[in-house]
Design a protein. Structure first.
Length: 320
């Protein structure tokens, strides 16, 4: 693949040793590099950044493939590594070099970053205001070789540093509930169902459970059980995934802009569980003109014969 198709993302999250591994574990990452940025000294050293008022941040620059990994997914990983409420540094490391920031490389990244910050503030996960800065990307100076891939070179020191700095304790405290929910979902869902609903994955076309299902019934959210689509609105679009002209209950569906494949699409999400379902396109049949292209792995089919038994008796009238 041509390197021109890769994109850059730059984040400051305190000690750069601790910011490399979370990004390198993602599929779609090309390179993660530790370095310095945002200051006024050319070619700074580690000593310069830590002991002088250079204005530089310790940061990581991420090279990623936008066809495999979206910028919004990188933002989600970033927030989960930091204390976004501390203006003076991160955990045991205080000072200007350890402040948090998102360095945007274009207007689209800026918009996504600002929206993600607003969403985090609205979530009330943190009692204090979110102070992480969102600022234009500046020249990025790679750090010395010693600091690159530190967690792989010195795993024992790295582990001891994370524990001793208080980073892991803080992150476990503020994200532990989600970790428990994640464990529950992994136990409840198959590997494919989890990848599709939680990681915005896509199952293979023509090799999924419901693409050619012609039985009468309703399709519900595989996680919450909320009714989403009806067989009466299902049609053969030829795309290899279940296609519907409209949702069964519009209030159970949310739509979000999706730029993950370098084109603007509209993602379809379950309102109750926030599970990724698929996308909606404007090439469907009348009267709606819409095609809800949905992953089978995000759905559970309830045949009309067992609607009452399954607790969906109110939908029996649809099939008389």
């Amino acid at each position: 693949m041509n390197n021109n198709e890769f994109q850059l993302a730059t984040f400051a999250g305190g000690c750069f040793w601790c910011m490399v591994k979370p990004f390198e574990e993602l599929s779609g990452i090309v390179k993660v590099e530790s370095g310095y940025t945002g200051g006024n000294l050319e070619n700074p050293t580690y000593e310069d950044v830590c002991s002088k008022k250079t204005g530089h941040y310790e940061a990581v620059q991420v090279t990623f493939d936008p066809l495999l990994l979206s910028y919004t997914q990188l933002l989600e990983v970033f927030w989960r590594q930091i204390d976004p409420t501390n203006p003076g540094g991160q955990f045991a490391d205080l000072g200007q070099a350890y402040r948090t920031a998102i360095f945007y490389h274009n207007q689209e990244q800026r918009n996504f970053a600002e929206r993600s910050k607003e969403n985090l503030e609205k979530s009330k996960r943190f009692q204090n205001p979110i102070v992480t800065e969102i600022i234009p990307a500046a020249t990025f100076y790679p750090a010395e070789d010693y600091h690159q891939g530190y967690y792989k070179k010195f795993p024992l020191r790295y582990g001891a540093y994370r524990q001793g700095s208080g980073r892991d304790t803080f992150l476990n405290e503020h994200w532990s509930q989600e970790k428990e929910q994640e464990k529950e979902l992994k136990a409840k869902l198959s590997t494919l169902q989890y990848e599709v609903t939680q990681k915005r994955g896509t199952e293979p076309p023509f090799q999924n459970e419901y693409w050619n299902n012609v039985r009468e019934g309703i399709y519900v959210d595989v996680i919450s059980g909320e009714p989403l689509f009806s067989s009466q609105d299902k049609f053969d679009s030829g795309c290899g995934w279940p296609s519907f002209s409209k949702p069964l209950r519009p209030e159970e569906i949310k739509e979000k802009p999706d730029f993950s494949h370098l084109i603007k699409r509209t993602e379809v999400v379950s309102a109750k569980s926030d599970a990724h379902l698929g996308h909606v396109f404007e090439d469907g049949p009348e009267p709606t003109g819409l095609r809800y292209c949905i992953n089978s792995a995000a759905l559970r089919f309830i045949p009309k014969e067992v609607l009452v038994e399954e607790g969906y008796g109110s939908y029996c009238e649809m099939f008389k």
